[in-house]
Design a protein around this ligand. Structure first.
Ligand code: MLT
Length: 246
């Protein structure tokens, strides 16, 4: 199935370090950071947050805070001193955030967004929670698709790569023959997904960041983060903000 030729390619970039090998400026890029940035973004939009401003530098978060913005974020999992809250999806479900803009700064996820914000790229935020919605939107753009795993400090991460497989599998099965892949990392990601898909929640016990979160007492998000298709949100980058067009 994966060798069938289509008009558009689907590729998976397993780590920000590999991005220069994949980089193009005319594609749909789906950023994924399952634990926790993109899962939290989807939770925010499900809670009717108006927009999210992704930033990479702590100084930027401080500057936004001084202008009166709500600032969230973490480094190595721990809440930033300048932030009101960290990066749990549950933080973004508070009613007071509805209709508000939130600035987000994370160790890997928002850094990845900044890396791909170039040229004519169209950038969407993907998680298990919005897999079908974001993949359907990506396919409708009629462009090559690259799934960019934010990883952990430039390393491969199992949860992001597992999601990449779930997304590639969905796109190849539902793309009406318009999409194909000759990308070994895309094929490997589908193999990981096939290994895990009968029980992704159990499989992800192997992931390093799962254990990092447990040590910090932040692993209450595991069940929520591994749920497939609980949201129709389509968070996309528009200028410097992420908005939900779903
Ligand atoms: C990140 O962007 O690095 C993550 O979402 C880290 C986390 O929140 O644990």
């Amino acid at each position: 199935m994966y060798s069938v030729k289509g008009k558009y390619t689907v590729e998976v970039c397993f780590s920000p370090l590999s991005w220069p090998l994949f980089e193009r400026q005319d594609a749909v890029i789906l950023i994924t950071d399952i634990f926790r940035a993109t899962t939290s973004m989807c939770a925010a939009f499900q809670n009717k947050v108006k927009s999210i401003i992704p930033v990479a530098e702590i100084e930027e978060s401080i500057a936004y805070k001084e202008k009166g913005y709500i600032v969230s974020g973490e480094r190595d999992g721990k809440k930033l001193d300048c932030a009101e809250f960290g990066n749990s999806p549950f933080n973004f479900m508070e009613l007071r955030l509805q209709g508000k803009t939130v600035v987000m700064n994370t160790t890997n996820g928002t850094q990845a967004i900044k890396m791909v914000q170039k040229g004519d790229n169209v950038v969407g935020m993907a998680a298990f929670s919005n897999r079908d919605a974001i993949c359907n939107w990506a396919m409708a753009q009629k462009r090559h698709i690259i799934i960019f795993c934010a990883g952990w400090k430039k390393r491969f991460s199992l949860e992001d790569s597992l999601f990449a497989g779930a997304a590639v599998d969905y796109i190849l099965k539902n793309g009406k023959g318009d999409f194909h892949t000759m990308c070994d990392s895309a094929i490997a990601s589908v193999d990981i997904w096939n290994q895990a898909k009968s029980n992704p929640r159990a499989y992800i016990e192997k992931a390093a960041h799962r254990h990092r979160l447990r040590k910090m007492g932040l692993d209450d998000i595991l069940d929520y983060s591994m749920q497939l298709n609980i949201s129709y949100c389509i968070p996309v980058l528009r200028g410097h903000e992420i908005v939900d067009i779903g």
